[in-house]
Write a protein that binds this ligand. Sequence first.
Ligand code: CP
Ligand code: NVA
Length: 318
Amino acid sequence: MTSATTSVAAVLSALSGKDFLSSADTTAEQTAALLELASQLKSGDRRIDLGNRVLGLIFTKASTRTRVSFQVAMARLGGQTVDLNPQFTQLGRGEPLEDTARVLSRFCDVLAVRTFAQQELADYAYWASIPVINALTDLEHPCQALADFLTMQEAFGELQGQTLTYVGDGNNVAHSLMLCGALLGVNVRIACPDGFEPLPGVLDQARSLAIGGAEISVTSDPSVAVAGAQALYTDVWASMGQEQEQLEREKAFQGFCVNEELLAKADARAIVLHCLPAHRGEEISAGVMEGSASRIFDQAENRLHAQQALLAALLGGL
Ligand code: CP
Ligand code: NVA
């Protein structure tokens, strides 16, 4: 083992057995070490076999990337996953979460939960005796943020001092970008219409966590936010569970499309990111989505590498 490998393992050993409910659940050093491990796993410099460990997937919302990347990540770590969707388990018929979480802890080694309320995720973590991972809630999407900053790191090397501008809804994805970016020393600028800002509590938390002088800011002017940024990021205007607000949001978000005109105001080397799924012609133009600045499909791939690193750390396999 190289000394770099040893130090990553030493930093990440403190995560063994822990939950990952929020981007703020890891320290700045642990967040950087997770990206380093993800990069080693991606390049093939590092291989990890956890033995036959089992990840339970409890998803109450649709998913392509998160579900499949967790399944493949566990397979690559020598483990496997079980689908525990509430419509197929007794959860869907009203079995209490506290009973479900305790029973599943006897069968599985780790759980990934995608649901609406952050409190429900916290309840799983409280009742389960195994690590619980946030696979997206209405409040946060911390696994996504790890992959996002891994992609930015691949493009620019050093992350500290770089600027990521997020244009769109101050939602779960924006919250995790603010927190994770702060821990990595990345300036995160959120540009959103009035009334769609990120939660003030998350903004305060991100500012309090920021290292290396990183600035976390919110504005309603996308042009100002994008000036000189190294990464331009967007997400859907109506998240899962907000489908009935689609038309109202389409009106409110006019002027918040990541298109060629907006991209031209960013740093000349700027990359474009989107967590996907995307709505071309709404939050992103088809041209930018498919253009030379887009790293969107590398970013999707990086979900696999980032989550493989996270699982290895939480399962104490380093
Ligand atoms: N980005 C993301 O979480 O995608 P899925 O909803 O397909 O998992
Ligand atoms: N904000 C989006 C992200 C999807 C990956 C949602 O919650 O639907």
